[in-house]
Design a protein around this ligand. Sequence first.
Ligand SMILES: [Zn+2]
Length: 113
Amino acid sequence: MHELSLATSLLELLEERALLDAFSRVQKIVLKVGELSGVSIPALRQGFEFATKGTLAEGAKMDIIEPPGSGWCFTCERTVPLRDPFRSCPYCGKSAVTPTGGMEFMVVELVVL
Ligand SMILES: [Zn+2]
């Protein structure tokens, strides 16, 4: 499961930071998960809960910001909303849309003890 390995990498990142910044608990983690990132948020939450059992991040609250997907249409020559990276332009129906936003997967903020 893709989301479980993401959750495990997140935990590794938190453990590394805990050593650097000398904290022992993560109370809250804020993530940015773009609409086009391909990450299932329910699966990520579940994976995170599972991966963090018995660790410094057990029970941490997870807030997720979901930037909407967008892309550049070469036909309309403008940025258009994009719900799916393989979807065509909602205005002209042509498929020449290059995703430009909503692909993020990153930690934005940590609240630690
Ligand atoms: Zn278009």
